[in-house]
Design a protein around this ligand. Structure first.
Ligand code: G3P
Length: 310
């Protein structure tokens, strides 16, 4: 076993065992240099945003959820399915995550079959990992895990969503999820809003007040065992890092899909942390090729190049 901070060689090992993304067609002289590069998905249900990104080769997958579908204009399940069908057709054979809206195991399995049939074999069924008892106290807390296993048994690829700690990710993988979606941005947002700043990071999420390490230091103890340890601003990235370490430790091939990305800086951070896939909102994707110094350099090259127009 290795520690979270000693990730690199294990990550390389994990990466070599994963499917290549940028394939080189037969006959091409230049082999694609990033065959095992990260996948980039658009986190959107707006086909007007998705199409240009796909046609430009910027993205090779899409993730949707009920909120994004509502934002894209769907006012009924029929309209939602129409939008999802269009996205699946556009993106085929690349994966598109479609989220279940039913909340009992039997209904979810039926709905998953319905959604799978919308696309030419590229639908990935997004299953909330937990939260069922928040809907009603008598709901089955294992609903998500049961659905993930049932869909794996039916050879349906799944994306476990609403993941906020590394054990949720492990349980999802164990149930057969093809992808897990840690919501790194929401985790950080929550702590900024709800944590008491004078206490250890994550105090709004974990009841840690009484826990101390052998030296009586509560903060150190906490940072050793929860994703929210360390600096509060690093909580989302640390979550990805922990999941990557656990998956590498146990040779788990479930892909880590870093979700809820808020800005381009987080993209670098989660790539360093070991994410396999980034799902990124269109407004963040539109900024990824820019940098203030790129702008400055471009302006000066363009000025000097004027002489070559003659
Ligand atoms: O794909 C779902 C996830 O990315 C949600 O993001 O921005 O609603 O926290 P957000």
């Amino acid at each position: 076993m290795f520690e979270v901070n000693d990730l690199h060689s294990a990550m390389i090992h994990r990466r070599r065992a994963m499917e290549a993304v940028n394939l080189t067609p037969k006959g091409k002289k230049i082999v694609h240099p990033a065959a095992r590069g990260p996948r980039i998905f658009a986190d959107s249900a707006a086909i007007g945003d998705i199409r240009p990104l796909y046609e430009a080769g910027i993205i090779n997958g899409v993730t949707t959820n009920p909120t994004l579908l509502k934002k894209a204009g769907a006012k009924s399940w029929a309209e939602a399915k129409k939008i999802l069908t269009a996205i699946l057709r556009l993106m085929a054979p690349n994966p598109v995550s479609l989220e279940l809206t039913r909340t009992t195991v039997e209904e979810m399995v039926i709905q998953a079959e319905e959604l799978r049939k919308l696309g030419p074999a590229n639908a990935v069924i997004k299953v909330p990992i937990g939260g069922y008892t928040a809907l009603a106290a008598d709901k089955d807390p294992y609903t998500g895990l049961k659905v993930l296993r049932r869909l794996w048994e039916r050879d349906i690829r799944t994306n476990a969503t609403l993941v906020f700690n590394s054990t949720q990710a492990f349980w999802a993988a164990n149930a057969g999820a093809s992808y897990v979606s840690p919501f790194m941005g929401r985790l950080a947002d929550y702590m900024y809003k709800n944590d008491q700043p004078e206490l250890a990071p994550g105090n709004a999420l974990y009841h840690i007040i009484d826990h101390k390490n052998s030296a009586g230091d509560q903060r150190t103890f906490n940072s050793e065992y929860v994703a929210s340890g360390g600096a509060r601003k690093d909580s989302g990235v640390r979550l990805i890092r922990e999941i990557a370490a656990i998956f590498a430790n146990f040779d788990i091939h479930t892909e880590i899909l870093a979700a809820s990305v808020r800005n381009p800086v987080q993209l670098t951070e989660v790539l360093l942390a070991g994410a396999d896939i980034l799902t990124v909102p269109a407004n963040v994707l539109s900024t990824v090729a820019d940098h203030p110094l790129s702008n400055e350099g471009m302006l000066s090259f363009d000025t000097d190049a004027k002489v070559f127009a003659k």
